[in-house]
Design a protein around this ligand. Structure first.
Ligand SMILES: [Cu+2]
Length: 279
């Protein structure tokens, strides 16, 4: 029974376990759910009790009460107190949902503002100002992730990956979510809430993953024909492994750029149909 209840609750409560903000959202949801559940059971229980106890077949007539000031004031005040309590709890929890904490010991070594492309008052940073900044770009129909390490102004030359975001554990990751075409929505349920990627706007969120693992999600806003294929994965690995992966990614991009340069030169030297003109 206890197991059935907990697995049912797990089914109806938000997914969590990956990041402190997701856990905080889930806890808040559960508290409200439990309070509502107690009230639901009490009200429905009273109703069922009255239905059975005073059913017509028994000819039982309950006390006929018309107006009871104490009772009416009682349930009004009690409901208001519960509502205020839940509102206070919600506002008290908002801070830890919206504001990222510092990276933990054992996280990636970061400099202040490391990889920050755009400063914004809407972008919340940890108290010490250090986070790994990753830009999430929504595009029909694939997610692109751009990491710090731009070699040119405007973030150009930075390492990137598609579909799978690799991040270091115990490190606060700050996301800048944008779109290049239509509205998409970034959502990895176990890592926190849903955030829209809107052309022309920046949306910010964060997560901090303690243990290595893989977290799955997908575009949560119908963005076109292949919306269902627009999946995303966040893979958390130890910081040293992240740095090795990032270095490898840079190397692959450099190789591809070098190969493209050769191909471009060859095409430029060719004549005939389909010739590419020199830029
Ligand atoms: Cu999409």
């Amino acid at each position: 029974m206890g197991h059935l209840l907990s697995s049912t609750l797990a089914f109806v409560t938000p997914e969590s376990g990956g990041s402190p903000n997701a856990n905080q959202i889930s806890t808040l949801y559960e508290v409200i759910l439990y309070v509502a559940l107690v009230i639901f059971v009490a009200v429905e229980g009273g109703l069922v009790y009255a239905l059975i106890k005073f059913r017509a077949r028994k000819h039982a007539v309950p006390a006929q009460i018309r107006g009871n000031t104490r009772l009416e004031v009682g349930w009004t005040v009690a409901a208001a107190v519960i509502l205020l309590g839940l509102a206070a709890l919600t506002f008290a929890s908002l801070g830890s949902i919206q504001n990222p904490p510092n990276s933990g010991p054992g996280g990636l070594e970061l400099a202040r503002g490391n990889g920050l492309q755009y400063a914004s008052s809407e972008r919340r940073l940890p108290p010490n100002g250090k986070a790994l900044h990753i830009t999430v770009i929504g595009r029909q129909y694939i997610w692109q992730f751009v990491y710090p390490g731009a070699t040119e102004p405007d973030g150009l030359g930075a390492p990137y990956s598609y579909q799978e975001m690799v991040v270091p554990t115990k490190t606060t990751v700050s996301l800048d979510i944008v779109s290049e075409d239509v509205v998409h929505a970034w959502w990895i349920p176990e890592l926190g809430g849903k955030f829209q990627a809107v052309p022309g706007y920046h949306n910010y969120t964060w997560f901090k993953i303690e243990k290595p693992g893989t977290y799955r999600g997908q575009c949560a806003f119908l963005c076109g024909r292949a919306h269902a294929r627009m999946i995303a994965t966040v893979k958390a690995v130890p910081p040293a492994q992240f740095e090795a992966w990032l270095a490898y990614q840079k190397q692959l991009i450099a190789q591809a750029n070098a190969a493209a340069k050769v191909a471009r030169a060859r095409l430029n030297s060719q004549t005939g149909a389909g010739q590419v003109e020199s830029p």
